[in-house]
Design a protein around this ligand. Sequence first.
Ligand code: GDD
Length: 321
Amino acid sequence: MKVLITGIAGFAGSYLAEEVLKKGDEVFGICLACESLENVAKIKKQIRILHEDITDLDQISRRVKKINPDQIYHLAALSSVGESFSKPVEMIENNFRGTLNLLEIIRKLKWPTRILIAGSCDMYGIVKPEETPIKEERSLLPVSPYGVSKAAGDLLAYQYFKSYGVNVIRARAFNHTGPGQRTGFVIPDLASQIARIEKSHLSPVLKVGNLSSQRDLSDVRDVVRAYTALMAKGKAGEAYNICMQKAYSIEHMLNILCSLSKKRISIQIDEKRNRPAEIPILSGNNSKLKKATGWKPKIPIEKTLEDTLDYWRKKLMTNDE
Ligand code: GDD
């Protein structure tokens, strides 16, 4: 089977490529020429990387037609909610256009290609605690440019299924992290500072943003297993939440990370890390995914946080050499 992954050099994209390779499929990946290939270094001989911009319809269309993939996982996107407030045009243009282009290409193809669109729980927007865990039927009312771009992609996918019968899965991943995620997201932002403090590269003061928000955090390795399970067993046109169905405050995650370090660390609130609009709680109901695929999360949050902190410790050591 030929499998194409957009955003293969990104955080989740690289884990997904490893997961798909385990199944014995042929993996093609699209990323920008300027992107670092560090995340895919260990599998680079087993995959074919193509440098393309998914917002360029002509270019991407030629590529996809040439590959003739059986399956496409569309992960390429600008993905930082925080950064989206300062780059709304870039965020919405890139994420919306990329999804639209791929759906258009598939619609015109003469062979049946299945596509999974990686969405985000950020599209649900602000919900009351008593309305969680969120089900897929919940209205999409995003409060960030990133959330708007993902909601638009999800709706496009629905429209292409209803109007043209495109074989599309709408995956809605909740927060996920693990080794390899860049800073700009809360866990790497916290873990990278702890690793620097341990090496005395920083004074023992950890800068944080809003600690009261609660997130349903999964390990990226569980999330990519959910993507492949949905690709195999999900129902075309349907939306599926990917999450643990548990919400923890960022403060709780910070406490776990600090408990993994022997350094005494104090906490300082950095107002610059706050956002114009914040979602206080995001937690999803995962029963639809479990029922459709039999998927279950395997990695507890403590292990994910420990592995992520170790990743940053090793990264600093390598950079020192
Ligand atoms: N990034 C960041 N850095 N967030 C912080 C920090 C910090 O130093 N301190 C506190 N936070 C808070 C944010 O304000 C937010 O409430 C929460 O931690 C999580 O922030 P992110 O890790 O940036 O995640 P997100 O929920 O906004 O978005 C992520 O999850 C989505 C799925 O819900 C991203 O990974 C999206 O790409 C993804 O779709």
